[in-house]
Design a protein around this ligand. Sequence first.
Ligand code: FE2
Length: 500
Amino acid sequence: MQNLKNQEKSYTREDWQGGYQSLTQEFDYWIDDVEGQIPLELQGTLFRNGPGLLDINGQPIHHPFDGDGMISRITFVNGRAHFRNRFVRTEGYLAEQKAGKILYRGVFGTQKPGGWLANIFDFKIKHIANTNVIYLGEKLLALWEAAEPYRLDPYTLETLGKEYFNNTLSDGEAFGAHPRLDPSCEQDNGQPCLVNFSIKPGLSTTITIFELNLAGKVVRKQAHSVPGFCFIHDFVITPNYCIFFQNPVAFNPIPFALGMRGAGECIKVQPTQPTRIIIIPRFPQPGQTEVKILETTSGFIFHHVNAFEVGNEIFVDSICYDSLPEVEPDSDFRQVDFEKLAPGQLWRFYLNLSDGKVQQKLIEGRCCEFPTIHPANVGRNYRYLYIGAAHAEIGNAPLQAILKLDLETGERQLWSAAPRGFMGEPIFVPLPGAEKEDDGWLLALVYDAAYQRSDVVILDANDVNQGAVARLHLKNHIPYGLHGSFTSKVFSTTSYSGSQ
Ligand code: FE2
């Protein structure tokens, strides 16, 4: 990290823009350019997903959220690391690559060429499988919240087809991109289970909750109708509840139907409306099936950190925005003026289940996004959280740093890749056998504008201030991604045989 004077901007927009170039190549190599040491105890595989293409054969897409999903895999084994990336071969990806042009509309405003006449009444949206990737039940699943997952081979990253969980999902049925792994589920004799949801929006919205065992089998499923249109991207769980924040938004489908805007561009935040908090019991007993809906002030949330129960209260930690940055049809996302947007900030909500009151407290005012915690504490009281953060304490800016927050003492640690590094979502990986909550590593991809390539950085979560213990320079860049996960299983294509 270079020293930056307080008043200076920590980045240039040109540098930041470099991370939004398509990566068309698919690589498969051992990473030989390593600064520092890859810890020997770090064994397993980091999978990441995100938009790999920002254009289709030169035709730009309108928003990164519309980009075709590309899986990056970094395998750590015996102090070495291997990189591989492959696109998810969705039907839309294959068709557009064959045609060499945009054939589909995207949710966030990508339109077929030819203006509104070419797009009117075309409701067919491309399944882009670009939001998250998880390994469950010997299946590698690329998730996108508006449809079923795509399944890939974890060794080759070959796309195998769509996943319906033994006919639990119907064709095209949604399965969210933000599952939460309950580390110990009482209903399953203390075994872990994966909790996920889907949203079917409309004038009223259906929220379906799925609970899967580690073999990837759906063991519980329940659906509830809640009033109003919902745009819900993430949720949180506790041992007894699923909690959803219903952002105060309205949806006007007419510009979408007329081919003038993407569906996502027809969502408007309603700043005078409250945020509704929907609390659904995970294991409804007869007579206790009711869904509780509480209200709090307006705001917009993409991601939550965690939730836990304290007596008759539920605490929820979330990244909140004053409003949703609206995507305009004629705007270019690369030209965004960060300083004009409200930063995401970390808040704690206190939901009182007895009197229905909600209180909230700002925990961290620094612009931040993409939190991670120790996986054993999902749904439980916890001490440490780690999150992508802006270099500067004040204002809105791209993520360039990782912030560690001690919720007990308030201590902060920070490592910044500014001025030319741009941070992706960190993932916390526990040190095997360790007992301390922060014994482990943080893994993140950093786009390095100085070399127009990405680095895999490994930080010691005990001491984030000291910076990366290893920085693995890839031969290529990876466009800014969304989410990923780590498994202790080692997946790679080849064994290491020196430089390649
Ligand atoms: Fe997300």
